[in-house]
Design a binder for this molecule. Structure first.
Ligand code: UT7
Length: 339
């Protein structure tokens, strides 16, 4: 059986209108703009509107990606949403997005790997498409993290933002150059207590509409993201350093071959450590952390979208995507830009 090559043919992003700056946070909790900027690189983040849910952000990003690809929802064979903050426990946010976009019949499902959701999703979809299962897939990372952070916890609430990023992927025959080269994925559940969100009042699972009512920006916040920040930081730097080396070795490439690093946007210091490991100048790194904060599974496609829209990507350039997440779950993808 001959394998296909998978190409990214469309990309889009969406950020809700409301912006929460570090100065705004100074009025809510015991923190300072200087501390947040120095320790994280974050200056502001976008916050979902009260009448929006994660699928609304996903739909807006997906529509931009479909338009960019010049295709419609009727041309899509499968739809995958990576999210930690689904609209409901079930049905999947992907089926909600499918319906809101006017799609029907093709398979749609969610993937949960927290901040690594998009990287995991790209690996999964690439494998399915290569084997010929789907011709054109819409992959979205969408989050409303503001609904699951405790707005009293200064160690976590300053970090997160809301948004969505989406890509349209298409197969072509394997003789085509460029496209997705491959991925590596890892998880180690022994670290699961270092970064988690448990529901105290509603143990059944995530329901963003209920969370919206209970844990809004203006309420006390009863159950939310809990993190042992500096322990997570330490493991993230180590694992990301090794996963970038691993993926380069796997595909017989070296750090000097990489044109762009598109990292998960958790903390500028983690990003700088990975760039240093790869001997890359920071001007070859897609950076959105200052204006988006950590948008979990949306952060990698949003950063790629901004890089694309800045006009700096050229056909044939080698791009390394990476992410590290609660679980811990982490991974990387390599692709040659083909748009
Ligand atoms: O996306 C998934 C992966 N997530 C991450 O990778 C996040 C990884 N962790 C981090 O980014 C960093 O650990 C943080 C930004 C969360 C924290 O930075 P840190 O340099 O590790 O600070 P720390 O937690 O060690 O705290 C240092 C001090 C503490 O005060 P004391 O105990 O030294 O007096 C904290 O209480 O900073 C204090 N602190 C704050 N001060 C002002 C913690 N949060 C704040 C805050 N404003 N918002």
């Amino acid at each position: 059986m001959s394998l296909n090559t998978v190409h990214l043919i469309g990309i889009g992003g969406y950020l809700p209108d409301r912006i929460l700056t570090n100065k705004d946070l100074e009025k809510m909790i015991d923190t300072t703009d200087d501390w947040i900027k120095e320790r994280t690189g974050i200056e502001e983040r976008h916050i979902i509107a009260e009448d929006q849910v994660t699928s609304d952000l996903a739909v807006a990003a997906a529509q931009q990606a479909l338009d960019d690809a010049g295709v419609s929802i009727d041309d899509i064979d499968a739809l995958v949403v990576a999210t930690t903050t689904p609209d409901m426990i079930f049905p999947s946010t992907a089926t909600v997005v499918q319906s809101k976009l006017g799609g029907k019949d093709f398979p749609a499902w969610d993937i949960q790997a927290v901040c690594s959701g998009f990287v995991y999703g790209l690996a999964q979809v690439d494998g399915m498409m290569r084997s010929g299962m789907f011709k054109r897939v819409l992959l979205i990372g969408a989050e409303s993290m503001s609904r699951i952070v405790d707005w009293q916890d200064r160690g976590t609430c300053i970090l997160f933002g809301d948004g969505a990023g989406a890509v349209v992927l298409e197969t072509s025959d394997a003789s085509q150059a460029n496209g997705i080269i491959g991925s590596v994925l890892h998880a180690d559940g022994s670290y699961r207590d270092l970064l988690k969100a448990e529901h105290v009042r509603r143990p059944a699972g995530p329901d963003a509409r209920l969370l919206a009512a209970d844990f809004s920006l203006d309420s006390a916040g009863a159950a939310a993201v809990e993190m042992k920040g500096n322990e997570v930081f330490r493991v993230a730097v180590t694992k990301l350093g090794s996963v970038v080396n691993e993926i380069l070795a796997k595909y017989e490439l070296t750090d000097s071959d990489i044109d762009w690093l598109v990292p998960h946007q958790a903390n500028i210091r983690i990003i700088q450590a990975t760039a240093k490991k790869l001997k890359m100048d920071m001007d070859r790194v897609a950076l959105t952390v200052a204006s988006h904060g950590n948008t979990s599974s949306a952060s990698v496609p949003l950063a790629l979208n901004e890089l694309y829209r800045s006009g700096r990507l050229e056909k044939g350039q080698l791009i390394l995507l990476e992410a590290f997440a609660g679980g811990f779950a982490w991974g990387a993808n390599l692709l040659r830009w083909s748009k």
